[in-house]
Design a protein around this ligand. Sequence first.
Ligand code: GLA
Ligand code: GLA
Length: 672
Amino acid sequence: MVKEIQEVLPFMSYGGDYNPEQWSEDVWLEDARLMKNAGVNLVSVGIFSWAVLERQEDEFDFGWLDKVMDILHQHGVGVCLATATASTPAWFTKKYPDSVAVDEKGVPYSFGSRQHYSPSSPSYRKGISKLVRKLAERYQNHPALKMWHVNNEYGCHLSECYSEHSLRAFHDWLKEKYKNIEGLNEGWGTNFWSQRYNNWEEIDFPANQVTFYNPGQMLDYKRFMNDKIFELYKIEKAILREITPDIPIFTNFMYQFKPLNYFEWAKEMDLVTWDSYPDPREGIPVSHAFHHDLMRSLKKGQPFFLMEQVSSHVNWRDINLTKKPGVMRLWSYSTIAKSGDGIMFFQWRQGRAGAEKFHGAMIPHSNREDSRVYKEVSQLGNELKKLDSLVGTKIDAKVAIVFDWENWWAVELEGKPHNDLDYLSRVETYYNALYALNIAVDFVQPKDDLSSYEIVIAPMLYIIDEAEAANFETFVKDGGTLVISFFSGIADKNDRIHLGGYPALLRNLLGLYVDEFVPYEHGKEQLFRSNNDTYSCSMWTDMIRLESAEAIACYDSDWIKDTPAVTEHTYGDGKAYYVGTEPESRWVKEFVSQLSANKAVVPPLTVPVNVEVTKRSGNSGEHLIFINHNENDSEIKLGEGNSYTNLLTNEVISQNFSLKGNDVAVLLLSTN
Ligand code: GLA
Ligand code: GLA
C-alpha cells in the first residue's frame, strides 16, 4: 500500500530540482554540504537525464546516479527520483523517427530542445517503459528514495500532435466513444456545411482547415490529446507501483494549463504538485493564490507541494524582474497558507550551459554562501524546520467555485457572440473578491458533491449536462446559495445548444430565461442600480426575462435600462442568483460579502487590507497564518480569550500584535 505523504515526509519539505549530471563529482559533495546548511531535505533528481542513464539502446549507466543517491542520503537529503522520460535522447530520436511529434502542418519536430516526443508513439511508449522499469528495479530499496517524480510538466511545450500514429489513435478513440459513425455525425452536427462522414477513415485532424472548425471535432480532439498524454503518465505509474508499491507517485502540474484536465489527472496522483512563477510585475500574486487553492482542491483538500518556484528571476519573460529581498520568503508562505507542505525550487545550482543558464537558482553562479539569494534560501529552509505541526493540516472552506476544464475548452472555441470572454478571468472576478475578504475557497467540478458548502459560485458555465443541472438543483433545494454568471447553461458536452430557451436546463432553478445576448465593444460600460447605488459593468448583457425570479439589480443606461441585471430566486430551502453581466469589482465584493454574511461564512479573522490570513487545522492543532503584503507594519487584532504561539519566533501572543511589512506569522492556538 502506498504510504501517506506525511508518513514519508513528516516535515515541511524543502529543496529543488537537482541536475548533478551537469556538474563534476567534486561539486556533488559541495552541493550536499550546502544543501544541509540551507535546510534542504528533498531534491528532484534526474528529470532530464535519459541520455546519460541510457547512453545507447540497452546500455545503461547508473554508476553516477548511485553515487549521487548515496551522497544525498548521507547528508540527510531525500530524493524525488525522476523517471527521466521528459526528453528522449538524440540516439533514440534518430533510431525511432516515429517517436517524434508532428506539428499542425504535418512537419515533424527536430531534436535539440526538449519534449519533442509524440504522446501516441509506440516506440516512445516502449522506450519509457524499459527505462522506468530499470530505474525502479535499481533504486527500489535505496533509502534516499522518497517519491517518484514522473516525467516533467506534461504537455508544457507540446500538447498537440498530428502524426500518423496520433491520427490512428484518434480514430480508435472516436470509435470507442461513438461506437458507430452515425453517433459521431449526430454529436458533431455534421449536416452543417456538408461535413458528414461515411466512415472513420474519412476523419482528419481539426488542423489546417480553411475557415471555422467544427466545434464538436475540436472538443473531442482536446479530450483525445488529454487522454493520450495521461496514458503516458499511467504507463509509468503502473510500472512504478508494481515494483515499489509503497512509494508515492506524482507529476508536476503548471499554471493556467488549459490542455490537461487536472481534476481527472489528480485521481491518479498520490500528491498534487505544481510549478509557480509569478511575475513580480503583477504585485500581490492573487492568480497564484487562485492556483494554490485549485491545486489543493484537485484532491479534495489534501495538502499540495510547490514543486518549482524561483529564488530570484526566471529567464523566459521579455524582462525577467527579480524578486526583491524578502519576496521569495513572503510568497513561499502564501503557498503554505493555502496548504502547501513542500517548497521547492527550479533549480538547486544555476546552470553553466544551456538555454536556462540565466534562470535563478538556490546557488547562483558566484557559488558564494554570502550571496543574497543563498542567504535568503538558507534562512527560509532553516525556518521551515519549525513548522512540522503544519504538515497535513487542512483548510475548511464553506465556499466553492465551480471550475471545469471541458467548459474552459468549449467556451473559448471560436465563433461565440463575444470572443474575448476568457474563462479564467470570469472565474477570477469571483475568486479575487473572496481572496480580498480572506474567505476560504475550494474549487469543485459541476458534478461533485456540493453538500459541505454553503455557497457555490459557477462563473460562465457554458456547457452543462442534465446530471450537473440536477446537482445544482439539489444543492439549492437543500438550502445552498448558488451564484451563476452570464452565458451559462448554453450548450451540451458536444457544444450543441440546449433548446428550450437559454439556459434551458437551469431555467427552473433560476426562474428566468435569457432572450438574447448583448456583447459590448472594448471599453464600453453600462450602468446598473443595486442597493441604492450605481455600478458599472462591461463585456456583456444577458437579456433576462423573469419567470419566478426577482430582479435585485437593474440596468440604468442605454436601451437595456430597467431590465434585470441580477436576479434572485428562492428554490426549495435555498437561493439561486443569476448575474447577467460582468460587474465592476466593487459590486462583486459587496455581493459575495453579503451572501457570506447571510450564511454566516466568515474569514478566520478581520485583518487590515493586503494581509492574507488562513486557518489550517488538524490533529496537531489550529494554526493561523498571516502574510503581510504591505510595505508597512499592520496591526493584527486577535480578539479576546485565546492565546497563541508564534512558531517562527516562539513568542506567546494573546491579543494584538504588529506584523512588520512584508513579514509573516504562523500562530498555533494554545489548547489550555
Ligand atoms: C519549468 C520546467 C523546468 C524549468 C523551469 C524554468 O517549470 O519544469 O524544467 O524549465 O520551467 O522556469
Ligand atoms: C456568408 C456565407 C454564409 C454564412 C454567412 C455568415 O454570407 O455565405 O454561408 O457563413 O456568411 O455571416
